[in-house]
Design a protein around this ligand. Structure first.
Ligand SMILES: Cc1cc2nc3c(=O)[nH]c(=O)nc-3n(C[C@H](O)[C@H](O)[C@H](O)COP(=O)(O)OP(=O)(O)OC[C@H]3O[C@@H](n4cnc5c(N)ncnc54)[C@H](O)[C@@H]3O)c2cc1C
Length: 427
């Protein structure tokens, strides 16, 4: 962080309009306030720092300090435990506002927030017997306290390079039960926040001696980053989302105590089966990037981009048509996405699940399409590295690659699930 960016930003005044107007989208005052808090931080602080994190592929640590101060690390922690008590929709709308200004911050913040969203409001919708629920509630309080009091950051490394993160086979990272906890061994690739999170929310398979690995035995454990046997290896020099620092994590005979469990035994599997929108939480970042590409184009054509000569290009009919095309696409993405994040719930109907896949696909592919159109419309000078558009273009390209709902897998599922009912075959 240069001193210049750190000092200059907080004095700036926020001026961007909300992405989702309170009245038009029927949002409560409380939702609008949380979103405004994120938008103000994004516009006046994160936007000014984003180029540096991107250029150097460094983690946005300073942004996390601000998120903690603003209460946003605890956005989904219940109010009764000191958090903001946001539900799925509120979280999604707020994350989109952050993604508008810094993709890497929004994407990593998603990994952090999921540890509280999944163990919080989402787990409250799932079935547990009274004793399991009581144990879960006591454990999650430990995690929530760390986040609210100490600003602890949680990562969410699932990916292993094989089919596990796609949701088709059991995770190769194994947790062997021992007295007082588990011994974990394995490897996670693309572990965003590697080396910067205080806890790694690892998905792994609980395996007894001689037992076959099963997805039903998936555990979700918050492994302290400073545990013996945890190491971060490899480089991180990707095309986009460079500030996520998604390096490789190794776990070698790591002892993990029982209270590290973010969900009780069997509950992650139940969530994956009954609360499918849990896998859509990466999309708000890209909803924000789509809006950013559009906002940039409007400012650019009006000659209002800071640091650029005030040359107007809005009077050319070709530019007006191009912007109109972008506007139509943006509205299509917003409408589909808003509907899907609004209806997220346990046991959704078939139609709701298909719509969630469609919304994920539309947002992930659409954000990059808007960035492409923005560059074509604004022209050569707009893609210089002194401006945010080329970063938006690179960051938005990453959305379709995120498992388990990659663009390809969304299409696979829509095609299959629209044509077959559960259990149906052609025999
Ligand atoms: C910027 C960035 C940040 C990331 N951060 C995280 C993170 O914090 N945590 C995390 O867990 N992951 C993260 N990921 C990883 C991401 O979710 C994917 O796991 C990763 O992009 C997959 O890369 P791959 O080359 O192994 O992909 P792929 O080869 O596309 O997928 C891996 C495997 O999934 C299965 N698969 C893929 N497509 C299909 C298909 N069409 N049909 C059936 N099976 C299929 C296959 O077995 C395949 O070998 C991040 C990725 C990026 C780009």
């Amino acid at each position: 962080m240069t001193q210049l960016a750190a000092q200059a930003a907080p004095q700036a005044v926020a001026s961007d309009a909300p992405m989702f107007e309170q009245e038009a989208f029927r949002l409560t005052d409380e939702q609008a306030e949380i979103m405004a808090r994120a938008r103000k931080l994004g516009e006046t602080v994160f936007a000014g720092r984003a180029a540096e994190f991107d250029r150097d592929a460094t983690f946005p640590t300073a942004n996390y300090k601000d998120l903690h101060r603003a209460g946003l690390l605890g956005i989904c922690i219940p109010k009764s435990l000191g958090g903001l008590g946001a539900d799925y929709q509120t979280y999604s709308l707020t994350a989109a506002e952050i993604g508008r200004y810094c993709g890497a911050t929004a994407l990593t913040w998603n990994m952090h927030v999921c540890s509280t969203l999944w163990s919080g409001p989402l787990a409250d919708d799932l079935e547990m017997d009274a004793e399991t629920r009581a144990t879960h509630n006591a454990r999650r309080e430990i995690h929530y306290r760390r986040i609210l009091k100490d600003g602890a950051i949680y990562a969410q490394p699932f990916s292993e390079g094989g089919a596990a993160a796609a949701g088709t086979v059991a995770f190769g990272t194994e947790a062997k039960p021992v007295k007082g906890g588990w011994i974990v061994n394995g490897k996670k690739i693309f572990a965003s926040l590697a080396g910067h999170a205080n806890y790694y929310g690892v998905l792994c398979t609980e395996t007894e001696e001689g037992e076959k690995a099963s997805r039903r035995n998936t555990l979700y454990l918050a492994i302290p980053a400073n545990s013996e046997g945890v190491s971060v290896v490899g480089d991180w020099d990707p095309l986009g989302m460079r500030g996520t620092v998604s390096r490789t994590l190794l776990f070698k005979d790591v002892f993990v105590p029982q209270d590290a469990a973010l969900m009780p035994r069997g509950v992650y599997y139940q969530a994956a089966m009954r609360w499918p929108h849990m896998f859509m939480t990466l999309s708000p970042t890209y909803m924000g990037l789509a809006q950013a590409a559009y906002d940039f184009t409007v400012k650019y054509l009006r000659g209002e981009v800071p640091g650029m000569p005030p040359v107007k290009r809005r009077m050319y009919p070709t530019k007006q048509i191009a912007l109109a095309e972008m506007h139509v696409k943006l509205q299509q993405i917003k409408a589909t996405w808003f509907q899907a994040v609004t209806e997220a719930r346990a046991n959704p109907s078939k139609d709701q699940v298909l719509r969630a896949y469609a919304a994920q696909f539309t947002t992930m592919e659409g954000a990059n399409d808007l960035a492409r159109l923005a560059i074509r419309t604004c022209g050569g000078q707009s893609m210089l590295k002194t401006l945010p558009l080329e970063r938006i273009y690179r960051d938005s390209r990453c959305g379709s690659l995120m498992l388990p709902w990659t663009a390809e897998l969304c299409l696979d599922r829509i095609g299959r699930e629209a044509l077959y009912n559960p259990g149906e075959t052609d025999e």
